[in-house]
Design a protein. Structure first.
Lengths: 375, 191
């Protein structure tokens, strides 16, 4: 059982640089929380504050309702988990798992009990005498987790653990970690810059940028309803397409060479927000652009005749790159290999799925959108 | 703090705030490619194999965080003659946890206004390489690491330029042909 509560946490370094601003988050027991964001967004710093490797400048951090700001890292019931790389190659699996306990001078019997328990949980009983090189990648990963389990760690902290692996192994390890979490149910905080890892592994995702939380939510919620243009652009591959334009009184979105019918409820929302006739940014996911007949019939007034820049056949699907004015957009359609650079193409925009953003604040407009006061 | 190391070894200084000897030494003993040569307060001096790079020390760092919940600042002593490591060692508490070679020490020294160390490094490299070589390396950095442009702006034959740049890198351990090396040298002398 482990919960974490981050309350208005700031991190300011000695040189005055602020790495984390007002970070607040409640982590429930057994959650797999992923901090995701580009380099320098403060995700690793936040994780290191949980571990006690960085001091918290302002705010409070609670683990199981106990304030841990001034608690030594070793007394926080946390474990930094590194993957197969952190195993000792010259030690057996048993010794690898027991090493940390031996350093703490735990009695031998107790160590044996803990290691055997952890091995049973992880299905490693038959491998205790093996050296890491005789294990598969997945088994090594389990040993790495076993080293945390024997320490009775309530919270696992993982900082880009898969970043050094090649693409194929990374996918396999990702699946292994998901399975292990299902099995162990430890509260986990996982840091990555890879949005695919975030989407596939997280119970909830915390998207960060420039030290500030941009959005907290489940993978689907974040994908379907991004709070702002940054989140929309960061989560999802290929990224969300953004097109500048205006929604006029007639209910159409006008962009460079585009005239697309906007669903009534969205027009009504923009009317209430007084954004009709004003510059606006439309965001639409690549998979919501279609090139098939059924979609043309379904969205007869949201079609556009465009020109192919590049067509990438990926096997199951094709990414079509198109330039509209200054914007480059991508349509993700069913596999087709007949497209060449410069070919004309017609696309239907599923405007029910589009989002509108205030171009000034880059925030997604919802019926209760209020422009934040300027600082 | 000076330990004795063999010719084939390099010295690595660790600053580990408030470490516990009873757990640290048995932990370090598990690493066959290093030995503790001396300790002083929060500092530990290690002797490691000459080919030890940042990756190996980062590996040690990961393990120390995992086992002992302690992070450190590491400084890999350069192979240059008469380098006064004590000045750099003294500023290690001011640096963020990580592994530093001279190239990586220079930016925080300059940005944190550690003027004593900065002046020492400037004087040291002048002494070590000579003003001409330093000026050549700076000219190369200013030319955007472009040897053709640098040789033109310095009125120097390209072979002379390359010879001096190689000599600079070999003597100082700062790879002037990389962005990080050129950036460090430029910061040191031009800021």
């Amino acid at each position: 059982m482990a919960t974490l509560s981050f309350r208005h946490i700031d991190k300011v370094y000695d040189n005055g640089v602020q790495a984390v601003f007002d970070f607040s988050l409640e982590v429930k027991d057994k959650e797999f929380i992923v901090f995701v964001g580009p380099s320098g967004c403060g995700k690793s710093t936040t994780l290191r504050m949980v571990a006690g490797l960085e001091e918290i400048t302002n705010g409070e951090l609670y683990i199981n309702d106990i304030l841990v700001n001034d608690v030594a890292p070793k007394d926080r019931d946390i474990a930094m988990v590194f993957q197969s790389y952190a195993l000792y190659p010259h030690m057996t699996v048993y010794d690898n798992m027991a090493f940390g306990l031996k350093l703490r001078k735990m009695p031998k019997m107790e160590i044996e009990e803990k290691v055997k328990n952890a091995a049973a949980i992880l299905g490693l009983e038959g491998y205790l005498d093996r050296k890491p090189k005789a294990l598969s990648g997945g088994q090594r990963q389990r040993v790495a987790l076993g080293r945390a389990i024997v320490r009775n760690a309530k919270v696992f902290l993982m900082d880009e653990p898969l970043s050094n692996l090649d693409a194929k192994l990374r996918v396999a390890m990702r699946a292994e970690l998901i399975k292990l979490h299902e099995h162990l149910n430890n509260t986990t905080i996982y840091v990555t810059h890879d949005q695919i890892e975030a989407m596939t592994m997280a119970t909830r995702i915390v998207v960060m940028k420039d030290g500030r939380i941009q959005q907290i939510g489940g993978p689907k919620e974040i994908y379907d309803n991004p709070n702002n243009m940054f989140v929309g652009g960061f989560i999802g591959t290929p990224a969300m397409n953004f097109l500048p334009g205006t929604v006029k009184k007639d209910g159409y979105f006008y962009g460079e060479g585009l005239k697309l019918l906007v669903p009534e409820e969205k027009v009504e929302m923009l009317q209430n927000l007084k954004f009709i006739g004003k510059p606006i940014m439309m965001g639409i996911r690549p998979e919501d652009l279609h090139d098939d007949k059924i979609s043309f019939e379904k969205h007869p007034e949201s079609r556009a005749k465009l020109t192919v820049d590049v067509s990438e056949l990926l096997g199951a699907e094709t990414n079509i790159h198109i330039t509209i004015g200054d914007a480059n957009i991508i349509a993700k359609v069913d596999a087709r290999s007949d497209l060449r650079i410069g070919d004309p193409i017609e696309l239907a925009f599923n405007m029910h799925k589009c989002h509108f953003f205030d171009p000034e604040t880059e925030i997604r407009m919802t019926p209760d959108y209020v422009k934040p006061a300027q600082e | 703090m000076q330990g004795s190391v063999g010719l084939e070894n390099i010295r690595v200084y660790l600053y580990i705030r408030g470490f516990d000897r009873e757990t640290l030494f048995p932990f370090l003993a598990e690493f066959s490619d290093l030995s503790v040569t001396s300790t002083d307060g929060d500092y530990v001096c290690l002797s490691m194999k000459n080919e030890t790079g940042k990756e190996e020390i980062n590996h040690l760092r990961e393990k120390m965080v995992e086992e002992l919940y302690q992070d450190f600042v590491a400084f890999i002593e350069p192979n240059s003659p008469n380098f006064d490591t004590s000045l750099v060692v003294a500023i290690m508490p001011k640096l963020s946890a990580g592994v530093y070679k001279v190239t990586e020490i220079i930016p925080p020294v300059v940005l944190k206004n550690l003027t004593g160390v900065k002046q020492y490094l400037k004087d040291y490299y002048y002494w070590l390489c000579g003003i001409e070589t330093i000026e050549t390396a700076l000219g190369f950095a200013e030319a955007g690491l472009n040897a053709t442009k640098a040789s033109q702006s310095l009125y120097m034959h390209r072979n002379t330029l390359n010879y001096r740049l190689d000599n600079f890198t070999k003597t100082t351990g700062i790879d002037i042909r990389t962005f990080a090396g050129a950036y460090a040298l430029y910061l040191l002398y031009k800021s």
